[in-house]
Design a protein around this ligand. Structure first.
Ligand SMILES: C[S@@+](CC[C@H](N)C(=O)[O-])C[C@H]1O[C@@H](n2cnc3c(N)ncnc32)[C@H](O)[C@@H]1O
Length: 295
């Protein structure tokens, strides 16, 4: 990633989700909390783009671009967020009292949790340039503060270069003695496999009991991590913006990979598996969502 530039992919995910939230044809798909918090945040961080997401012509243009590059990418973003929220609720019921959202981008999960769970510790980590924009926008959005967003602790760090356990041990808000759920949505593909293995070990060094939810890429027929179907144009743009996919793993190898790092896999799903029957567009394949627990 370019160190001085906020992530483009994080903005595409946020705007994509808001487009579907504002589209009457998809109104039922996007949960109300994601739509409300996301709209406030996008309006504060990128006001022009936010108002464009409300325009029919802009959404039609974006849908056409998606159809010819990564068909089904927008419903996939929404479904992966719904899936992750289900895992998070399950993990909180099972005893997680601290959430660490890695590569948070403009995701609003911590804001949503702040309103639902007054005692949950909430920490977000992201690349400094992206986080600066999110933090300013979250602060500027008075309603978000009223909703408890002030309870979120923000840490600017470049994972892969900085060690997660060291970064967290310098954060006064982080408690190493309570069960901690680490979430990495749309992040691991930007790290190498070696960095991911180290990151998973660093999670266990940081907290005594850890649970983990992450998304990662399938390896496609050409041996590369990617969506299915892949898009040469998107691959080119990701490289140009210094956000190329660096890693992925076939689904059947994930349990053994996790086991050697001290985790037991609990579930692994693709977004298509929770696509409602009346879903207008099938979500794109290639990125799966996995839940695991330290053994
Ligand atoms: C595709 S976006 C996903 C954002 C968010 N998790 C979501 O799904 O809506 C990738 C995010 O990972 C962050 N990121 C990428 N590489 C990173 C690194 N080495 N350290 C910390 N954050 C990183 C980017 O800044 C960006 O916010």
């Amino acid at each position: 990633m370019k160190t001085d530039q906020a992530s483009n992919t994080a903005l595409i995910v946020a705007a994509g989700v808001q487009m579907l939230a504002r589209d009457p044809a998809y109104a039922g798909l996007v949960p109300a909390a994601i739509a409300t918090h996301g709209q406030r945040l996008l309006r504060a961080s990128h006001p022009r783009l936010s108002s464009l997401t409300a325009r029919h012509w802009f959404r039609s243009l974006a849908y056409t671009a998606a159809k010819f590059t990564l068909p089904g990418i927008l419903p996939h973003y929404v479904l992966r967020k719904i899936f992750i929220r289900k895992y998070v609720a399950r993990s909180i019921t099972a005893g997680s009292r601290q959430i660490v959202l890695l590569g948070a981008g403009y995701d609003t999960l911590c804001m949503e949790l702040a309103t639902q769970y007054p005692d949950l510790k909430l920490i977000e980590i992201d690349h400094p340039a992206t986080q600066a924009v999110k933090r300013a926008a979250a602060g500027a959005s008075g309603a978000a503060v009223a909703a408890g967003a002030h309870r979120i602790h923000y840490i600017a760090a470049e994972l892969g270069k900085q060690k997660l356990n060291e970064v967290l041990s310098n954060c006064k808000a982080f408690n190493p003695d309570i069960k901690t759920l680490f979430i990495a949505e749309g992040l691991l593909m930007y790290l190498t496999s070696d960095d991911i293995a180290s990151l998973l070990k660093q999670m266990q060094m940081a907290a005594t009991k850890t649970a983990l939810v992450f998304t990662w890429m399938e390896i496609q027929a050409n041996g590369q991590p990617n969506f299915r179907p892949a898009s040469k144009i998107i691959d080119f743009l990701l490289k140009k913006k210094a956000e190329p996919f660096l890693s992925g793993m076939p689904q059947d190898q994930v349990p053994a990979f996790l086991k050697q790092l001290g985790y037991a896999m609990q579930d692994l799903k693709e977004s298509a598996s929770i696509c409602p029957q009346d879903c207008r567009i099938k979500p794109i394949a290639g990125e799966y969502i996995c839940m695991a627990q330290s053994t």
